[in-house]
Write a new protein. Structure first.
Ligand SMILES: Nc1nc2c(ncn2[C@@H]2O[C@H](COP(=O)(O)OP(=O)(O)OP(=O)(O)O)[C@@H](O)[C@H]2O)c(=O)[nH]1
Ligand SMILES: [Mg+2]
Ligand SMILES: [Zn+2]
Length: 285
């Protein structure tokens, strides 16, 4: 029987088979040794053993895998960002967008807690910046439910991962999308203490796609061999027409990106994050 790993709690996978049956699973020893970690999102073959239990006999090849948060076979990322406490980090936002581009998965930005935003101008500047680059930006509030149905009524398939810092409102959004599910949400008194409320990645069915709620995280490292992959993730500079087609926009003569950043025509934060990502993710930089 084939199934999907929908939860990995304390290293015990739960697999849902095509008819909706759930099994708490063990891994056959050989798989443990040969394939290393199993991830939520993995497609597997299982053989039932006891009622509600099964053994995983095979892990099917993965299309891709994220390691932070750990999810396999990802179609898209909902990169969660909030302008209210605990404020989202623009550096992490850009890193997540670049990660999606490098892994060749879709990414959409989901702004949460818009009901709490006082500085509406700042919010619309943020939205304008990322929409101009080419991202879809959703404005949502789990409290008022603004934007929630719009977000899930778009036709989506595969696994979509909510990714963002702890306290950003990922689980609250899941709860707003799926009111009948039991989803733990952070208590107000704990906000900003850097504690994760969601502890395990979990897949939940929404319309035609699977939604992954994940624990918040603030570290994001990748190893990228080809620096071109980082450069091409900054879509807004594609038509900069620098003198050298292979310009990395650092200190090359005839570069059109650096002067435009100085003039404020390209966003300076994005440029700073680009340099940082090159340094941190590409070993040869
Ligand atoms: N006013 C308001 N508060 C919200 C909204 N969304 C989330 N919150 C609050 O923000 C806090 C954190 O929300 P969670 O959904 O637990 O955050 P999370 O991203 O799942 O956090 P981790 O599981 O730790 O990664 C909770 O106290 C929520 O009540 C919103 O749209 N409006
Ligand atoms: Mg959560
Ligand atoms: Zn250049």
């Amino acid at each position: 029987m084939q199934g999907l790993v929908v939860l990995l709690e304390a290293n015990r996978p739960t697999v849902e088979t095509e008819d909706g049956t759930r099994f708490l699973c063990y891994l056959r020893g050989k798989i443990k040794r040969d394939q290393g970690r199993i991830l939520v999102g993995d497609r597997v073959e299982v053989t039932p053993t006891d009622p509600g239990e099964a053994v995983i006999t095979k892990v099917l090849p993965r299309a891709n895998a994220l390691f932070r948060p750990p999810v396999a076979n990802v179609s898209g990322l909902f990169v969660v960002f909030t302008l209210v406490e605990p404020k989202g980090s623009l550096e992490l936002l850009d890193k997540r967008l670049v990660m999606a581009d490098v892994l060749d998965v879709d990414a959409e930005i989901v702004v949460t807690k818009t009901d709490l935003v006082e500085n509406k101008e700042k919010l619309s500047r943020f939205v304008q910046l990322y929409e101009a680059i080419g991202y879809r930006v959703w404005m949502t509030s789990a409290l008022t439910r603004v934007g929630v149905s719009e977000l899930i009524d778009v036709l989506r398939t595969g696994i979509w991962v909510l990714i963002g810092e702890s306290g950003a409102g990922k689980s609250s959004l899941v709860k707003a999308m799926l009111p009948e599910e039991h989803v733990a949400v952070q208590e107000l008194s704990r906000i900003g203490r850097g504690q994760q409320t969601t502890r395990w990645v979990r897949l939940l069915q929404v319309h035609d796609f699977w939604l992954a709620d994940t624990p918040g995280h603030t570290a994001l490292d990748m190893v990228v061999r080809d620096p071109h992959r980082i450069r091409s993730a900054f879509w807004e500079w594609e038509d900069a027409a620098c003198r050298f087609p292979d310009c990395f926009h650092i200190d090359e003569p005839g570069c059109n990106v650096v002067p435009k950043v100085r003039l404020g025509l390209y966003d300076a934060n994005r440029y700073r994050h680009y340099r940082l990502i090159l340094q941190q993710w590409v070993k040869s930089y």
